[in-house]
Design a protein around this ligand. Sequence first.
Ligand SMILES: Cc1ncc(COP(=O)(O)OP(=O)(O)O)c(N)n1
Ligand SMILES: Cc1nc(C(=O)O)sc1CCOP(=O)(O)O
Ligand SMILES: [Mg+2]
Length: 208
Amino acid sequence: MPSLGRLHLITDTRPGRDPLAVLRAALPVARTELVVQVRVLDDATDREAYDLACRIVAMCATYGATCLVNDRLHVALAAGAGGGHVGAGDLPVDAARRVLGPTAVLGATSREPVTAAAAVAAGATYLGVGPYRSTTTKDGLPPAIGVAGVRAVAEAVPVPVIAIGGVTVADVAALRAAGAYGVAVVGALSGAADPARATAELLGALTC
Ligand SMILES: Cc1ncc(COP(=O)(O)OP(=O)(O)O)c(N)n1
Ligand SMILES: Cc1nc(C(=O)O)sc1CCOP(=O)(O)O
Ligand SMILES: [Mg+2]
């Protein structure tokens, strides 16, 4: 299994966004420290998800970055991605592990220590833990868990914890001090005026 990058860029496929442009800016800066999670809107077709994943797998390969696919594990396999990410509404972690095979990267969303430990026992190789703060990027999330919530999960599991939800560069030091291995972002890069610079700043905070 490849070592996991610390900066997870989740594609922003909302109307008016350009996830490939953001990726073209971020990849040369973050290279192997970048994990790109292909996340499409629920109403996107599998063909659309597959086409986007294939393009991103190829782009990541040039820089040694890892590409994961959110939710749609058949798309991950078909596109040759490095793995996938599942949450409460997706395949259970043990089933996802059977689908992806023993060597794939498998992320699971966990919001508190008990389910986090269960996800690791079922085969998760990292955990997405949040929402750290409130976010406008995704609807229907539970209340923010803050630094204390991230710390509680990080102390309970032996795998990398990736904090998610409203994360900005200003949060990274506190998250790392709480035990987070890395962060996952949508808006901090997709909404940045200069995504290459924003990538460098996030990476600097994550690796110093
Ligand atoms: C790194 C990371 N953490 C959490 C999530 C959320 O996954 P999930 O709960 O399945 O919600 P959707 O992203 O599918 O809407 C994630 N994608 N990545
Ligand atoms: C896709 C997603 N999942 C979350 C969770 O907590 O499960 S928060 C989130 C969106 C993260 O976007 P931003 O960095 O713009 O806040
Ligand atoms: Mg999901």
